[in-house]
Design a binder for this molecule. Structure first.
Ligand code: E4P
Length: 218
């Protein structure tokens, strides 16, 4: 299972990279705005800065919504760095753009996916990644994890190579449940990844080992 961090915050990306388990980064226009990254040039530079920190895929989202504009914008993003994956929304022109990019060898992440039908279309169009947003489904009393399981089943039925990127991960249990279901990738905040470290028996066990060592080596 690949671990992506879902942020545009460079310090958090550096911290996750330093942990040695990071496989990539996802961003979106809201996450860029949260970090105060505005203006086309600054946004493009920020993507390159992220690519220079991580060894792995960096999703950069188009803000256009028509085919011609998405193609122009996506090609500009892809030209920035070999690690860039063009993030395209699940709309009609988005599917056409994914097909176009796929034929050009430009990797894509189909975002804002909330149903099996959308995931099936993304795979048919040749998306590299499909991003079902599990946390946002949970927010409206719909089982986000069940969507991951259903997409896994459909993709396995036909051997689609599109990777299931569980997005909108909000906490550590989402990661564990996605791993059990067989999501290829998860993207979440640093706190959700660091939560995997924690167990009180690890803390108490280590404290005892260190105390016993101290006693024996006074
Ligand atoms: C995915 O690529 C999105 O950036 C993200 O996971 C959305 O998460 P949110 O629902 O917490 O905003």
């Amino acid at each position: 299972m690949k671990f992506f961090i879902d942020t545009a915050n460079l310090d958090q990306i550096k911290e996750a990279q330093a942990l040695g388990v990071l496989d990539g980064v996802t961003t979106n226009p809201s996450l860029m705005a949260k970090e105060g990254i505005t203006g086309r040039d600054n946004i493009l530079k920020h993507y390159v800065d992220i690519c220079n920190i991580v060894d792995g895929d960096v999703s950069a989202e188009v803000i256009s919504t028509t085919l011609d504009e998405m193609i122009k914008e996506g090609e500009e993003l892809a030209d920035l760095h070999e690690q860039i994956v063009v993030k395209v929304p699940m709309i009609k022109d988005g599917i056409k753009a994914i097909r176009y990019f796929s034929e050009k060898g430009i990797r894509t992440n189909c975002t804002l996916v909330f149903s099996c039908g959308q995931a099936l279309l993304a795979a048919k169009a040749g998306a590299t990644y499909v991003s079902p947003f599990i946390g946002r489904l949970d927010d409206i009393s719909t089982d986000g994890l069940n969507l991951i399981a259903e997409i896994r089943h459909i993709y396995d039925n036909y051997g689609f190579p599109t990777e299931i990127l569980a997005a909108s991960v909000r906490h550590t249990m989402h990661i564990i449940d996605c791993a059990k279901i067989g999501a290829d990738v998860m993207t979440g905040p640093l706190s959700s990844i660091e939560g995997l470290l924690k167990h009180p028996l690890t803390d108490s066990g280590l404290a005892k080992f260190l105390a016993d060592y101290e006693k024996g080596n006074k």
